[in-house]
Write a protein that binds this ligand. Structure first.
Ligand code: BTN
Length: 259
């Protein structure tokens, strides 16, 4: 069994970040780390504070879905107070930080399915939920919630088994969650700080999307549309070329790749 402690001391030891992860609280169990992070943000938690849970009992996904985070997975949320124009970039920061930390720690190649699912060998290994509270043109807080399937047997969870995988399943061995969390927080800070320097994060995110150039079906609320995922805009929207030749801008949705 690899070293697998997710205590604050274990995570901060050698972390080397300026602010992300310098304050950490680890809980054995929480309904949702995002909910706890929002509460802490409202109470004035420091920027970069991280909430970690060994398991979530009511983990939340995008589009009001549930997110399974049993023991062996990573469930964490990062509290930030970004300027308003950073908000659309937070999903880019988070998904790139996850792909990079997976590659750094395990050597596995990870890709992003628009907008921010991380896939390994075409199966979902990580979900990201960014939530924020905006008053007028000021962001009160933003929370980046990240769930990664690390050491778990996805076949134990029939609801997700057909489309999900885990790091341990892909590698045939367990992975240090501490190394993963440290890598993730360090990459997240590097990318977050890079947002001040222009559009390089956007370009890296776009270049890591598996979705572009593919035939896709996009469900957005009640509506479903089909076409070729032609490009993405700087605000993270997907630009879908429809069968009638028109270009549709999709701000939020769920993409299925079609054959
Ligand atoms: C998705 O793919 O639908 C997004 C899943 C996001 C899950 C993470 S786990 C940590 C954080 N806390 C939550 O309740 N959700 C996010």
């Amino acid at each position: 069994m690899v070293e697998d402690s997710l205590s604050p001391a274990a995570i901060t030891d050698g972390l080397g970040t300026r602010f992300i992860g310098q304050e950490i609280t680890c809980y054995p169990s929480l309904p949702s780390t995002n909910d706890m992070a929002k509460q802490k943000a409202q109470e004035g938690a420091k920027e970069g504070t991280v909430i970690v849970a060994e398991e979530q009992t009511a983990g939340r996904g995008r589009i009001k879905r549930r997110w399974l985070s049993p023991r062996g997975s990573i469930a964490l949320s990062i509290i930030l107070y970004p300027p308003l124009d950073y908000l659309p970039c937070l999903i880019m920061v988070a998904s790139l930080a996850v792909t990079r930390s997976i590659e750094q720690v395990t050597g596995l190649k990870a890709k992003i399915k628009w907008p921010n699912d991380v896939l390994v060998n075409d199966k979902k290994i990580c979900g990201i939920l960014v939530e924020s509270d905006v008053r007028g043109n000021k962001v009160d807080y933003a929370v980046i919630g990240i769930g990664i399937n690390v050491n778990l047997e996805v076949s134990d969870f029939p609801r997700i088994a057909p489309m999900a995988t885990s790091l341990s399943r892909e590698l045939g061995r367990d992975v240090s969650r501490r190394d993963m969390v440290q890598g993730l927080l360090a990459q997240a800070e590097k990318l977050y700080l890079a947002l001040a320097a222009g559009d390089s994060v956007f370009r890296q995110w776009r270049d890591n999307l598996v979705t572009l150039g593919k035939k896709v079906q996009v469900s957005s609320g009640e509506a479903t549309c089909r076409g070729i995922a032609e490009s993405v805009a700087a605000d993270g929207s997907l630009l879908l070329r429809q069968p009638d030749g028109s270009l549709l801008k999709i701000v939020a949705g769920d993409v299925t790749l079609r054959r």
